[in-house]
Design a protein around this ligand. Structure first.
Ligand code: FES
Ligand code: FES
Length: 159
């Protein structure tokens, strides 16, 4: 079947199987920044924003989200124009193998949009569904704190 989707602001038509999960549809269409970790909704590597809400794309049927807006990590910034959160992750040493990073960054982005000045407990809670095998989480929490501070300094001008 086919369906219309808006991914990172671009209107696209995807072809997919009836029981296909959004993770595979996105990867099959070149959005390989969406990672395949556990396929069980446990790790957050496949997280995307669906109409601005974080969801694990391995748990979503593509057919059920036709017409919706999807954001992958490249939709908030890339190597040439990184988002403040992405810069903060690099600076805080919160990226090691990088496998969890797209999901972590998007979960942080969703958190900071709704709560620009989160406590450590709120950060931990927001990232609860995202697993990282490398960093021990401390640096990730530092990165989110740093990003929150910088986004506030920038007066909320940074999307
Ligand atoms: S791959 Fe989707 S939550 Fe792990
Ligand atoms: S940096 Fe390797 S899993 Fe998080």
């Amino acid at each position: 079947m086919t369906g219309n989707f808006t991914v990172n602001g671009k209107d696209l038509v995807f072809t997919f199987n009836g029981d296909e999960r959004l993770l595979f549809t996105l990867r099959n269409h070149g959005f390989t920044e969406v990672k395949n970790g556990c396929l069980e909704g446990e790790c957050g590597a496949c997280l995307v924003l669906l109409d601005d809400k974080p969801v694990n794309s391995c748990q979503v049927f593509t057919a059920s989200v036709r017409g919706k807006g999807i954001k992958t990590v490249k939709g908030i910034g890339d190597l040439h124009q990184p988002h403040i959160i992405q810069e903060a992750f690099v600076e805080a040493g919160a990226v090691q193998c990088g496998f969890c990073t797209p999901g972590m960054v998007l979960a942080s982005y969703a958190l900071l949009k709704s709560n620009p000045n989160p406590s450590d407990a709120e950060i931990k809670n927001a990232l609860d569904g995202n697993l990282c095998r490398c960093t021990g989480y401390v640096k990730i929490i530092e990165a989110v704190r740093l990003a929150a501070q910088r986004m506030q300094e920038s007066g909320g001008h940074h999307e």
